[in-house]
Ligand binder design. Structure first.
Ligand code: MD3
Ligand code: FE
Length: 209
C-alpha cells in the first residue's frame, strides 16, 4: 500500500521508534513466508524453563533465533531440520533496509529474520530483545494478517506501557534510544483476514552479529 490522499501516515512512538503504516502489504511477502515454512516449519519452541512458547516461530537468514532448555540464542542451523535456515529473500533485505532508512537508520543489513505466527488466543508477554550482538542496529518489524495490540514500554520493566494497534502491512522500526524498550503483544482476538485466514504473521529483521 502506498501513502494515500491523507498523506504518509508515519507515526513516532518514541525517539527511535516509528510506525510506517501500510509500508509492507505486498502479497509476495506472504508467498515467501509460505516457501520458508515449507523448508523450516513453524513450531512451538520451549522456554529455557521447559514450557512451550504459544507463538509458533521459524526463521530465515544466516542466523535464526532459537529458544530451548539451553537458553535463548542465534544459530545458523534449524534445530528441527539440522540444516541451515532458508536464505533471506532479496526482497526482504530490500524492504527492511528501506524501512530502516526511512526511519533514520541508513545502511541496515539484517542477517536474521524471526517469523512469528499468532492464532487467536495467543499473546507475547512483555520482554526486551537483547540477544543481538550489535545493539546499535535497529529492529524492523512487519505485521501481516489479523490486527493486534502492541504494548510499548520503556527501558525499565516498571515503566508505563502505551498500546498501539498494528494492522496488515504496518512496519515498525525500533532503534537508537528505543532499542531496549520492553514490549509485547496482547492476546490475539478471533477473526479472519483475507491474506492469512485466522492468523497474524510478524517478521522481525535483526542484525544478530
Ligand atoms: C521494540 N515480536 O519477535 S514486533 C519479537 O509482533 C517481538 O510478534 C512482536 O517482540 C510481534 O521479539 C512485536 C515489534 C518489536 C520488535 C522488536 C522490538 C518491538 C520492539 C525491539 C525493541 C523495542
Ligand atoms: Fe521482541
Amino acid at each position: 500500500m502506498q501513502p494515500d490522499l491523507f498523506g504518509p501516515r508515519d507515526d513516532i512512538l518514541a525517539p527511535g521508534a516509528m510506525i510506517l503504516r501500510g509500508f509492507a502489504a505486498q502479497p509476495e511477502i506472504l508467498a515467501e513466508v509460505t516457501r520458508i515454512a515449507a523448508v523450516s516449519p513453524f513450531r512451538h519452541m520451549q522456554t529455557p524453563g521447559g514450557r512451550p512458547i504459544g507463538v509458533e516461530m521459524t526463521n530465515c537468514g544466516a542466523l535464526g533465533w532459537v529458544s530451548d532448555r539451553g537458553g535463548y540464542r542465534y544459530q545458523a542451523q534449524d534445530p528441527l531440520t539440522g540444516r541451515p535456515w532458508p536464505p533471506m529473500p532479496a526482497g526482504f533485505v530490500a524492504l527492511a533496509g528501506a524501512a530502516a532508512a526511512r526511519a533514520g537508520f541508513p545502511g541496515f543489513r539484517p542477517d536474521a529474520c524471526l517469523i512469528n505466527r499468532y492464532v487467536p488466543g495467543v499473546k507475547m508477554g512483555l520482554h526486551q530483545d537483547r540477544d543481538e550482538a550489535d545493539l546499535g542496529a535497529p529492529i524492523v518489524s512487519v505485521s501481516l494478517g489479523l490486527p493486534a495490540t502492541f504494548q510499548f514500554g520503556g527501558p525499565e520493566r516498571r515503566d508505563p506501557v502505551a498500546k498501539h494497534g498494528l494492522a496488515h502491512g504496518d512496519v515498525v522500526v525500533w532503534g537508537g534510544p528505543a532499542r531496549l524498550n520492553w514490549h509485547g503483544i496482547l492476546t490475539l482476538k478471533p477473526g479472519e483476514h483475507p491474506a492469512t485466514g485466522a492468523a497474524r504473521i510478524n517478521l522481525t529483521f535483526r542484525r544478530a552479529r
